[in-house]
Design a protein around this ligand. Structure first.
Ligand code: TRP
Length: 325
């Protein structure tokens, strides 16, 4: 079974990204033929800073490696290094209904967010994503719930292509990670860069504590002597992902009878997050001093992906009457 997934290069990768995607990838690579892609051609569908992009892409790769993506187990590469992605996207576009693209909720949302730059690439984004997946005939695609509609469209495109051109692509299934969504430090919105409510995987000790200190807890609990409700507390929710079982059990009991205050509860989380983040931060530093290592890994990843990708393009072009010999 082959797995494909993509992540947008981002200046900030936070613990929500880790729990929702990267952690899952690290597990998957042991059991599947895995291909992981840094999707720079998706990232350029919104305005961005040309000067910062190389560093952003590099950091994304370094963080993935630091989190445990292992180039001996999985292929890791940059989307634009394998030109077959855009080639197949163009072809698949001719099997994608215009009306289907107008129904994509991510396109509608991003059009609102970036109303100064509603470009055709943003509209075509789901077709490029379908091409990413189908190029490798992937069976399984780990994604967040917000990408399920794009997966449905990918299956629709595959079905249509198969029925008109001939059986070529398997219909890929999404694999949703089981972890609960991590809310941002505001305790309201999903953790995200744009909401500025995140804890970065590279957060400094001081920033980490400052952010936790200001984070929302159970709003009903005003004084230290008020009993709290862990089920209504986002800090407890994060504890459930990053703390040890006995700590979680203890907090669950003590919070309800005001046996522990929010500050002490946050201090425990601080220690645990710090223990989690510190080795990642150190490995990213290591890679920053050995950039060639990362470039080599990405280059080798692209080379082996190109081999698979060029076979698919050849098959597709041949079936479509586009290969003369
Ligand atoms: N659209 C995905 C996201 O924003 C990223 C992505 C691009 C992707 N191509 C993909 C994910 C292919 C899975 C498979 O999260």
């Amino acid at each position: 079974m082959r797995v494909f997934s993509g992540i947008q290069p981002s200046g900030i990768i936070h613990i929500g990204n880790y729990v929702g995607a990267i952690k899952n990838w690290v597990k998957i690579q042991d059991n599947y033929d895995s291909i992981f892609c840094i999707v720079d051609y998706h990232a350029i569908t919104v305005s961005y800073d040309f000067k910062k992009m190389p560093e952003t892409i590099f950091n994304t790769a370094a963080i993935l490696l630091a989190c445990g993506i292992d180039p001996d187990k999985a292929k890791l590469f940059i989307q634009s290094d394998v030109k077959e992605h855009t080639e197949l996207a163009w072809i698949l576009g001719t099997y994608t209904a215009y009306g289907d693209l107008t129904r994509m909720t991510q396109f509608k949302d991003k059009s609102k967010q970036h109303s100064d730059n509603i470009n055709s690439g943003l509209f075509f984004y789901p077709v490029l994503m379908a091409a990413d997946i189908l190029l490798y005939k992937a069976d399984i695609v780990p994604v967040g719930i917000d990408q399920v509609q794009h997966l449905e469209l990918t299956r629709e495109i595959a079905r249509k292509f198969n029925s008109i051109v001939g059986q070529t692509f398997p219909e890929p299934k999404e694999m949703l990670s089981e972890v609960p969504k991590i809310l941002g430090l505001d305790g309201e919105a999903k953790m995200s860069k744009s909401m500025n409510n995140y804890i970065s995987l590279l957060e400094s000790d001081k920033d980490l504590w400052d952010k936790l200190r200001g984070a929302k807890t159970d709003e009903q609990r005003i004084k230290r002597t008020d009993p709290g409700d862990p089920d209504k507390c986002n800090i407890f929710n994060i504890h459930k992902v990053f703390s040890k079982k006995d700590e979680i059990d203890m907090i669950n009991i003590e919070c309800r009878r005001a046996g522990i205050g929010c500050v002490d509860c946050k201090k425990i989380l601080y220690e645990n997050l710090l223990n989690f983040i510190t080795p990642i931060r150190e490995k990213v530093e290591y890679y920053k001093n050995k950039k060639d290592n990362v470039f080599d890994i990405l280059k080798i990843g692209a080379q082996s992906c190109r081999k698979i990708a060029s076979l698919t393009i050849e098959e597709v072009k041949s079936k479509m009457g586009l290969l003369l010999r």
